[in-house]
Design a protein around this ligand. Structure first.
Ligand code: NAD
Length: 428
């Protein structure tokens, strides 16, 4: 049963309703019992903190941060932190629920969480940002921890922010514990304990999932074309990893506009341009186009890798790609998805396609725990193995349940969680 939508719901509330609807549909498919549905429908903890930060001009400004811990039956809560002025509770709740399914599907021993800090990092100085991140970490206190809840970067945050978080958290511990808490966050810089391959992990993982799909349908991936929305951490590394597999990015879009070149756009040249110009618009190696033309691009693969709710019922009828590879979380609306499926377009859903980030976060956490370092080739090989096993499980469930690939991915994730609840029971 879809949840009831009220007209005064915020975008975040609607996103959470979408997440719950998707969960209920999958729960129906695997006939999940009602008590467990009630446990999984709502997050375990919703933490909101408010704290003052001194700005460079001496003014004190109040900021608000969120951490939603959805479920930890499979292991410590795990999920990114989003820095954006628009971030709100409903959005973070939805993203935390999706993390629970993602970690379970990827078969890493973590639960699901997500956080947000309502700031605009682009409008703040580095010193202001550092103070805000450190105050946020301090305000979260023991609501995070290396065996309890482990944040990571997401939209608007990065490895530097994770290093500030780790450093602040370390300084709140007793001296003999300090070296043992590095893994309180993942996505750190290499020098401070990050993993090789973590920066590109989500994009690299997307390319592995795409390669698995083309292998399943017995077609060659080499020579395909792609349109990528978002050229941040996920989009840029997806473009590079797909290029290494012989896929040409002909269209790219972000918050500044969209651009295309029929012979392909070099990810390295575009990266140099966006680093200076702040976005893809005005790239000399392409022609600027309208964003609606971007979604209707004549390409093989459409990659939404920016923000949620981009392939809507208005855009889905125009999509000409035969595969949608979801890099962002929740980029396809429920109505948009129905239209794509009716039109025979294959969707490689976010919970599977962008799970590479959390898988390599797990590798980073393991390396910190064991005080060792893996080679990049080991990270990549293990990442491929985890994602292909997940993709195999999804394809099996898809056939077995005769359902969509997203429902199949949820079914795999939910079955694992249900088994653990069944064996452990609910106590007291
Ligand atoms: P990022 O901040 O590095 O990049 C975001 C990109 O989206 C930028 O190119 C930006 O210009 C673009 N964008 C922002 N608003 C837009 C708009 N209104 N229209 C078009 N483009 C817009 O973020 P990221 O880490 O690359 O994350 C992108 C998506 O991938 C998010 O949905 C995030 O939750 C998801 N994700 C990220 C990771 C990770 O490891 N970073 C892992 C899994 C999923």
């Amino acid at each position: 049963m879809p949840t009831r939508r009220s007209s005064d719901s915020s975008a975040g509330d609607l996103l959470f309703e979408t997440a719950v609807d998707q969960f209920e549909a999958a729960a129906d498919l695997i006939e999940l019992d009602d008590p467990l549905r009630r446990v999984l429908r709502a997050p375990k903890n919703e933490i909101i903190v408010s704290f003052p930060v001194e700005m460079d001009d001496g003014e004190l400004r109040m900021f608000r941060g969120y951490r939603v811990q959805h479920n930890d039956i499979l292991g410590p809560f795990k999920g990114g932190l989003r820095f954006s002025p628009e971030v709100e509770l409903g959005e973070v709740k939805a993203l935390s629920m999706w993390m629970t399914w993602k970690t379970s599907l990827a078969n890493v021993p973590f639960g699901g969480a997500k956080g947000g800090l309502a700031i605009d990092p682009r409008s703040m100085s580095t010193a202001e940002l550092e103070r805000a991140v450190r105050r946020f970490t301090h305000a979260l206190g023991s609501n995070i921890g290396p065996e309890y809840d482990i944040p990571a970067p997401d939209v608007g945050s990065n490895s530097q922010a994770m290093v500030w978080m780790m450093d602040t958290y370390q300084h709140t511990r007793g001296t003999i514990d300090r070296q043992n808490v590095k893994r309180v966050v993942t996505g750190k810089t290499i020098e401070t304990g990050g993993s090789l391959g973590r920066d590109k992990a989500t994009g690299q993982g997307m390319a592995f999932v795409l390669a698995h799909h083309y292998d399943q349908i017995n077609q060659d991936l080499r020579g395909r074309t792609a349109a990528i929305q978002g050229f941040g951490n996920v989009g840029e590394h997806a473009a590079r990893a797909m290029a290494r597999m012989g896929v040409t990015m002909t269209h790219v879009a972000d918050h500044t506009g969209a651009t295309m070149h029929p012979n392909g756009i070099d990810p390295e040249a575009l990266w140099r341009h966006t680093s200076e110009a702040g976005g893809v618009a005005g790239f000399a190696g392409g022609t600027d186009i309208d964003v609606e033309d971007f979604f209707a691009a004549d390409v093989d693969i459409l990659v939404p890798a920016a923000i949620e709710n981009q392939i809507t019922e208005d855009r889905a009828p125009n999509v000409r790609a035969s595969v949608v590879l979801e890099g962002a979380n929740g980029p396809t609306s429920t109505e948009g998805e129905h239209i794509l499926i009716d039109r025979g377009i294959e969707i490689l859903p976010d919970v599977l396609a962008n799970a590479g980030g959390v898988v390599v976060s797990y590798f980073e956490w393991l390396q910190n725990k064991m005080s060792n370092r893996w080679q990049l080739s080991q990270v990549d090989d293990e990442l491929r193995r985890y994602l292909w096993e997940a993709a195999d499980a999804v394809e099996y469930e898809k056939k077995h349940l005769a359902c969509s690939r997203r429902e199949a991915a949820y079914a795999v994730a939910l079955r694992r969680i249900a088994t653990v609840y069944e064996q452990r029971g609910i106590w007291p």
